[in-house]
Design a protein around this ligand. Structure first.
Ligand code: FCB
Length: 491
């Protein structure tokens, strides 16, 4: 069993950078976003279809606060952030953006931005404080009020059942590596959708299954801070079973509900043109992008290991792959940046995949040091639309962290975010011209918020939040996006 050093998310994603320095492909120095838009054709005006859905996304733990109010139970993120040394600046989500109390203000912001979809998540421990048993009616009431306010504002609620805040009690019972969790999760999905399915028609089962299994159980840099490859692989299988079972439970309540998952994806590009690196990039795509898509849509695991898949290690039993099947109504794509991939000799633990992936630094960097490379967004969306032809896509997250704050007039001039959005939306438009069936785009995020292990050190919002006063101010990028959302024309 291998253990990984404890690194923060950014550091982790850059672990190979030292090694990367020896690859000729790597950085000739950061460039300006404008340069990436060349040639001119990439600027070609694009008209999004009238029915295209414009939205913004958030997650319960990152914005709600009220961490122990109205009967809410403790989650693994409460435990993690309350443990000294886990989150930058000892930050917690105890208050965050206080959206639990200010959700009406946040719905008004969405309206002011002309958005027609709001992707938010439901906190499992608000509904089942210990992760099982009867629902806490106060928790359900909160989401009823939120959904009603959205519907009144003609905004589609797109609700995520699990955005990482597992009830702590369930972690103590073994967490995601414990097979029993698939049944617990299905019960939670069932009772939540029974209560809210009359007003919420669109559901994401999970947010980024790769991130919460690999970073939470494999590398220990997210809650619940375990680092054990075998447990991580077991967790991935339990999540796949849970996805299939929850899908069936939701469809049994109402087959018309639209059900998908928001998957984290990165375009995986070979670090060199060698055959070995190309094959490694394909394995990285299998493990990082479609490990939770393929079992649902095809009833099998994609080929991510040079040898046999570690099915025993994962606890796969006969008949399990049928349980994982789910004809998802849409695939949600959360897209931030590409990955470069090189082949390494397969070893133990995670290196059994024989892949080594690392962030590229050829393009300009955001303030989170994530590379801006819009073409990779086009390529990934196009690839997924080709591989899973009949399933529509929604962009469930895309965004960037820039730390711009108010100027002397109280305005937030975040020109770099506008450039980022323009470039990524042009790339999306090109993927659609090339045939990708994309029906929605959600910017991450509506608000600056609690960015997991980074605490409040990153700002992804279209709206600036002053965390001392909770005052919200729409940034210039928010105004720019509002215009786009009302016309659909990207010029
Ligand atoms: C994604 C998460 C989201 C947010 C963004 C920046 O991986 O789904 O909660 O933290 O990254």
């Amino acid at each position: 069993m291998s253990r990984w050093p404890s690194l923060n998310r950014r550091e982790f994603l850059s672990t190979a950078l030292g090694a990367a320095a020896s690859f000729s492909i790597v950085p000739s120095g950061p460039r300006l976003i404008g340069e990436l838009l060349e040639p001119q054709s990439k600027f070609a005006p694009f008209q999004f279809p009238d029915e295209f859905i414009w939205g913004a996304a958030t997650a319960a733990y990152q914005i709600e606060g009220a961490w122990s109010e109205d009967g809410k139970g403790e989650s693994i993120w409460d435990r993690f952030s309350h443990t000294p040394g886990k989150v930058k600046g000892a930050a917690t989500g105890d208050v965050a953006c206080d959206s639990y109390h200010r959700f009406k203000e946040d719905v008004a912001l969405l309206e002011a931005l002309n958005l027609t979809s709001y992707r938010f998540s439901i906190s499992w421990p608000r509904i089942q404080p210990d992760g099982s048993g009867a629902a806490n009616s106060k928790g359900l009431d909160y989401y009823k009020r939120l959904a009603d306010a959205l519907l009144e504002a003609r905004i589609r609620p797109l609700s995520t059942l699990y955005h990482w805040d597992l009830p702590q009690r369930l972690e103590e019972a073994g967490g995601w590596p414990n097979r029993d969790l698939a049944a617990r999760f299905t019960d939670y999905a069932d009772l939540t959708v029974r209560a809210l399915g009359d007003r919420i028609s669109d559901w994401c089962i999970f947010n980024e299954p790769w991130v919460f299994t690999f970073l939470g159980y494999g590398r220990g840099i997210h809650a619940p801070a375990r680092s054990n490859f075998a447990e991580c692989m077991r967790a991935t299988h339990v999540v796949n079973i849970a996805q299939g079972q929850a899908f069936r439970a939701i469809k049994a309540i109402n087959s018309k509900l639209q059900v998908g998952t928001a998957f984290s994806m990165s375009n995986c590009e070979p670090a060199t043109s060698s055959e070995a690196d190309r094959r490694a990039a394909d394995r990285a795509h299998a493990l990082g992008n479609v490990w939770f898509v393929h079992p649902a849509l095809r009833g099998e695991y994609p080929k991510a290991f040079p040898g046999d898949d570690p099915l025993d290690l994962m606890g796969v039993k006969s008949g399990d792959l049928e349980l994982c099947r789910a004809r998802l109504d849409f695939l949600g794509i959360n897209y931030y940046r590409r990955q470069l991939v090189s082949a390494v000799p397969p070893g133990a633990g995670e290196t059994a995949t024989g892949i080594h992936n690392f962030d590229a630094h050829e393009g300009p960097l955001t303030d989170f040091a994530w590379e801006v490379w819009p073409d990779s967004f086009h390529d990934l969306v196009f690839r997924i639309s080709r591989e899973y032809k009949t399933t529509p896509l929604e962009i469930t997250e895309n965004g960037c962290s820039y730390l711009d704050g108010p100027d002397e007039h109280g305005r937030i001039p975040d020109e770099r975010r506008i450039q980022f959005m323009r470039a990524y939306l042009h790339a999306l438009g090109r993927a659609m011209l090339h045939g990708a069936n994309v029906r929605a785009y959600h910017h991450w995020s509506l608000l600056d918020n609690f960015e997991w292990a980074e605490g409040y050190a990153q700002r992804f919002g279209l709206t600036y939040v002053d965390f001392r006063t909770q005052k919200r101010t729409v940034k210039d990028s928010g105004h720019w996006y509002a215009k786009l959302a009302s016309t659909g024309s990207l010029t």
